[in-house]
Design a protein around this ligand. Structure first.
Ligand SMILES: [Zn+2]
Length: 98
């Protein structure tokens, strides 16, 4: 098992003493990322749906590669793990009270 970069559980970008400019850049990264995610995917209850082929995946199947319909244009490296991608985006949310 390769060594992984360790991040303490309550690590947040606001704790790093980022400048207002850096926080602004981080906010745009989050919002741009969510915008891009929403162009590919849609959340429907406990499932995520491909905006292109309308194939769906339950949250409990998140570790599996997304199974698109034949001919779907939403494929490739960035269209295999929508739940993981969403989770990574949400990790960037500013902390409550921050
Ligand atoms: Zn698809």
């Amino acid at each position: 098992m390769p060594a992984r970069h360790q991040i303490t559980p309550n690590y947040r970008m606001d704790d790093l003493g980022l400048s207002a400019k850096e926080r602004n850049a981080a906010r745009y990264r989050l919002e741009d990322g969510l915008e891009a995610w929403g162009q590919r995917w849609e959340l429907l209850g406990h499932t995520v749906r491909c905006q292109h082929c309308h194939a769906m995946q339950r949250a409990s199947k998140a570790p599996l590669p997304f199974s698109h319909a034949d001919g779907c244009a939403n494929t490739g490296e960035f269209a295999q793990h929508p739940w993981r991608d969403l989770a990574q985006l949400l990790e960037q949310l500013p902390k409550v009270g921050g």
